[in-house]
Design a protein around this ligand. Structure first.
Ligand code: ADP
Ligand code: MG
Length: 698
């Protein structure tokens, strides 16, 4: 028995050095192991021969055994075609070729048996199969007669004549060599408990299943394994950290919290807000470090929750710090917090890269001597020099703009780790959260404060702007403000700028009576802030922007969000943008303006936006439409997803099963020391080596 990872594919029949090179360059296949784990993307059922009388145009690929009794050529030029009359002993079927006619006439013999494989259709008003595959019955091996695998190939491979069929042949000759049972990777007790297919059988069946059911069982086993090992790594780290990282014990809920709650809270908390505060307090008094992700749709009141959790830290003699991704947001937090806390003896300060000299020195001093209770900042907070007296809680707002490394630096700032709360308004479906934020506990605010009017969303085409402009005038005359947003063109920042600037000039012509602000990514932060500030203060009525405004900006008076080229935005981005309006008591609108030509997927995306305001529904839909790779945040998660079969969007239940199983295994044997678990331990150590920095996630 050989080690599959050591055996080069070069030594398989049919693969010489040339082809081996191609396979490595195009598909990364070097070893027997790689080839085995290069799974087909689909199978077509060839287990059955049909009779011609059974065929309908609704059928996918079918095969029929029969003979050509005659050929007939007709038409000229592009209409030139060859029709064969294929007889299965009962009935005739038309078989048509439009090219390769000469080759067919030479190679296909009359009155000889062929297995015809193709998709039934209609041509010239008659049932017909166009350009079928033809095989001689004697050349059809058993495997080809059952579920035929289809493998992905690249353009270069196709040019070199390497097709799905070639890969099928390589794989099948590898299986011929593998006369022994491939070693198992999961312990027997799990295989039995979960009724999983053994690895050896699953690998063979994933390529060459005999039935659709067998294929499904094989895929299930292989997907489960992928997901299970990810969860095992994540959870073993999480547990390790829980044991090792001592947290401050915030047992007390005292003066600051209670005074605020009873005297200054301007409105009752929603049930969801109360619940998440309780969840966090439970973490913070446990003696372990809190590592929690707070998800809540835009406008669900996360900021207030953050404030109240910080008050708990203060009640326990600690300082708290909240980090925002942009200066504008940091400023906004400062105003919000000072406003909420104006009658309480709590010192709140702001620190950003712009604050320098004496002002900065004073703040740093206040942080060191503990007189500042709450620090609000941007990235600058974690850069150099900033020392806290007793930092007990760190809150990261709008997490997806913060990298893993930046987060990791935070808890190097004090000896006992501060509690960490990550807040995001980009809802992440549960199954993805379990994997991306694997070892973070998740709290969800799934309720909006009462009295909000859902934003009304409409999709229109860009050929009739007059009506849109009339709507804009109506809203502004009613005292409201309006956003016009443009997509970023990644390939061309110049084009971006042009878009926004052209539109700015254009809108000035359309609305000479109004004042207009403009922000885009090419501006200096200070310019950007100044322009934003004009809009925030109401000095300008219209803001023209690229997506720089996406995160967190709060202008409750803005009631219309117009998204130009909406077809170029992803769902979660559209949802974020929409979240900028509907923050006041008035009815707000989101207008998605797109080109008339849309792909089916894009049309679906825009339709989802008009149908729901629920961020979680949108996130689920996004995950299904696009897959997890594109979702914001995943790149920064620090986890290398290496999922060949499993799909975090579609296999939610399996993710849950994988997580439950990992948890079950680690409960019984936290360090995987049992003989039963030796396979798991070995694999886990290998994975950890590959993923050195997983321990720093969160
Ligand atoms: P998020 O950060 O989750 O997007 P915010 O914290 O900015 O949302 O809250 C949006 C608005 O709702 C703010 O003006 C806030 O004061 C208000 N708000 C928060 N909680 C409540 C509540 N329980 N009842 C009424 N209004 C609330
Ligand atoms: Mg917020």
């Amino acid at each position: 028995m050989e080690d599959l990872r050591q055996q080069a594919i070069t030594y398989l029949p049919g693969i010489g050095p040339q082809r081996a090179k191609m396979l490595e360059a195009e598909l990364g296949i070097k070893t027997w192991h790689d080839l085995l784990y290069n799974f087909p993307y689909k199978h077509i059922d060839r287990s059955r021969l049909y009779k011609i009388r059974e065929l309908t145009t609704e059928m996918p690929f079918v095969q029929v055994l029969g003979q050509f009794l005659s050929f007939e050529e007709a038409g000229q030029g592009r209409k030139h075609r060859l029709t064969g009359h294929f007889w299965d002993g009962e009935m005739f079927l038309d078989v048509t070729w439009f090219h390769g006619i000469k080759y067919i006439k030479q190679s296909v013999k009359l009155r000889k048996d062929y297995i015809l494989f193709g998709r039934p259709g209609v041509y010239g008003g008659r049932l017909s199969v166009i350009h079928p595959d033809l095989d001689k019955p004697e050349s059809m091996t058993l495997s080809k007669m059952s579920m035929q695998p289809y493998y992905s190939t690249t353009e270069r491979m196709k040019k070199a004549g390497m097709t799905s069929r070639s890969l099928e042949n390589f794989t099948s000759s590898l299986f011929t060599k593998l006369t022994w049972t491939l070693p198992e990777t999961l312990p027997q007790y799990l295989i039995e408990r979960l009724h999983l297919m053994p690895l050896d059988k699953a690998l063979r069946a994933a390529h060459y299943p005999t039935t659709a059911d067998e294929l499904a069982a094989a895929n299930m086993r292989l997907k489960f394994e992928e997901l299970f090992f990810i969860q095992l790594v994540i959870m073993s780290y999480a547990r390790k950290r829980q044991q090792e990282r001592v947290g401050r014990r915030f047992v007390r809920v005292g003066n600051a919290f209670n005074t605020f709650f009873h005297k200054y809270l301007p409105f009752p908390l929603t049930e969801a807000q109360k619940r998440v505060i309780r969840e966090m307090h439970a973490d913070m008094k446990s003696g372990h470090q809190m590592n929690r992700l707070l998800q809540g749709d835009v406008g669900s009141g996360k900021t207030l929750v953050a404030l109240m959790v910080m008050l708990i830290a203060i009640d326990n003699g600690c300082q708290a710090c909240i980090m925002a991704p942009t200066e504008i947001l940091a400023e906004q937090h400062l105003q919000t917090f000072r406003n909420f806390l104006k009658d309480m003896p709590i010192r709140v300060e702001l620190l950003t890269g712009n604050i320098k000299g004496k002002r900065r020195a004073a703040i740093e001093e206040g942080l060191r001597d503990g007189s500042i209770h709450i620090l609000i900042g941007t990235h600058a907070v974690i850069e150099d020099n900033v020392q806290f007296n007793n930092l007990g809680l760190v809150i990261i707002d709008e997490q997806h703009r913060f990298g893993v490394a930046q987060r990791a630096r935070l808890w190097q700032k004090s000896e006992v780790c501060p509690h960490v709360l990550v807040m995001t308004a980009t809802p992440i479906p549960r199954t993805l959260a379990m994997t991306v934020y694997g070892d973070l506990d998740v709290s969800i605010i799934d309720e909006l404060p009462p009295g909000r009017k859902p934003v009304r969303t409409m999709h229109i085409y860009d050929n009739q702007p007059e009506q849109l402009y009339r709507g804009v005038v109506r809203e502004i005359e009613a005292g409201h403000q309006v956003y016009f947003v443009f997509p970023l063109v990644k390939e061309s920042e110049k084009l971006d700028l042009k878009n926004v600037q052209d539109e700015y000039v254009h809108l000035k012509e359309v609305f000479p009576q109004y004042h207009i602000s403009m922000v885009h990514g090419k501006m200096k932060p200070s310019e950007k802030d100044a322009e934003m500030q004009k809009f925030v203060s109401g000095e300008t009525q219209i803001l023209v922007a690229t997506t720089v405004i996406e995160v967190g900006v709060n202008v409750p008076n803005a009631s219309v969000m117009i998204i130009q080229n909406a077809e170029r935005f992803g769902l979660s981005q559209l949802h974020q943008l929409r979240g900028r309006v509907g923050r006041g008591a008035e009815q707000s609108y989101c207008i998605l303006v797109s080109n008339f030509k849309l792909s089916a997927e894009t049309r679906k995306r825009l339709q989802i936006m008009t149908e729901t305001n629920d961020g979680f529904e949108i996130a689920e839909a996004d995950l299904k439409l696009r897959g997890p790779g594109d979702l914001e945040g995943t790149q920064q998660s620090g986890i290398a997803f290496n999922l060949k079969l499993a799909n975090l969007g579609r296999d939610g239940q399996l993710v849950q099963l994988a997580r439950d199983t990992a948890s079950f295994v680690l409960d019984a044997d936290p360090n995987l020391q049992a003989a039963d678990n030796s396979l798991l331990l070995r694999h886990l150590l290998e994975l950890r080596k590959e993923q050195q920095d997983w321990s720093q996630i969160s």
